[in-house]
Design a protein around this ligand. Structure first.
Ligand code: CA
Length: 232
């Protein structure tokens, strides 16, 4: 009789453990890192982020595909009296010192961190499609994705289908677009000093998403600066 009771007790424990395992689909909060890693680029590199760059060959100017962009991180810098339009940066994707074009047509251009000492950036002279992204778990109580962004588009307009900057939330497994948080269009002004942006992401709180910036430039020079990605 005692043996039967023991067997029943063991069976119940096993069933109980299996039941816990099957029902427990929520990851314990202690096992999750919420929010961005290095969202303000204060490590001085792109730790926590993934970078991509795909060269685009233009049909109308096939020989122009020699240019590439540069992912850089800089402290505060002010550029004035630029004579050759080129400055040196360290490209963290290709791991080389390289030049990007910066033009001070309308006065000084500033690389200006809005949080801490460093600002992230991408400089390109046609023609590339590039991304920076990070998979994050949005904090359960978050309502907003916040970031700071600047761009200097030396084409003096956002040329439709040839120049765009877009920030999106993607489903990490399928790349389905969950939300477009920011997107330039033909009416977007071509020059913006670094500015605070916010998007309501409340419906995705607690979910794992991929936050991605797409920078597609098939025409002329552009400098994009970004800092202080966070959830609030
Ligand atoms: Ca920063």
């Amino acid at each position: 009789m005692n043996n039967v009771i023991k067997l029943l007790a063991i069976t119940l424990v096993v069933v109980s453990c299996n039941s816990d395992s099957a029902d427990n689909q929520v990851i314990p909060e202690s096992d999750v890192t919420f929010g961005f890693t290095n969202g303000s680029f204060e490590t001085g590199d792109f730790s926590g982020w993934e970078l991509t760059e795909e060269r685009v060959i233009r049909e109308d100017r096939p020989n122009l595909g020699i240019y590439v962009g540069s992912w850089f991180i800089e402290p505060k810098v002010v550029f004035t009296d630029l004579r050759d339009d080129l400055i040196w940066v360290f490209d963290h994707l290709d791991q080389v010192d390289t030049t990007i074009c910066v033009r001070d047509f309308f006065g000084p251009v500033e690389f200006k961190p809005t949080d801490g000492d460093y600002v992230g950036g991408y400089g390109v002279m046609e023609s590339v499609k590039s991304t920076i992204y990070q998979e994050v778990v949005i904090p359960n109580n978050a309502t907003a994705l916040k970031w700071d962004l600047a761009y200097h588009n030396y084409a003096f307009e956002f040329v439709p289908d040839r120049q765009s900057i877009k920030i999106s939330l993607l489903e990490p497994e399928t790349n389905e677009v969950l939300q477009t948080a920011f997107e330039t269009d033909k009416d977007t002004h071509y020059d913006l000093d670094i500015t605070a942006f916010s998007a309501n992401i409340q419906e995705f709180a607690g979910r794992k998403v991929r936050v991605i910036i797409n920078i597609d430039i098939e025409f002329d020079c552009m400098v994009v600066l970004f800092d202080n990605f966070k959830f609030e």
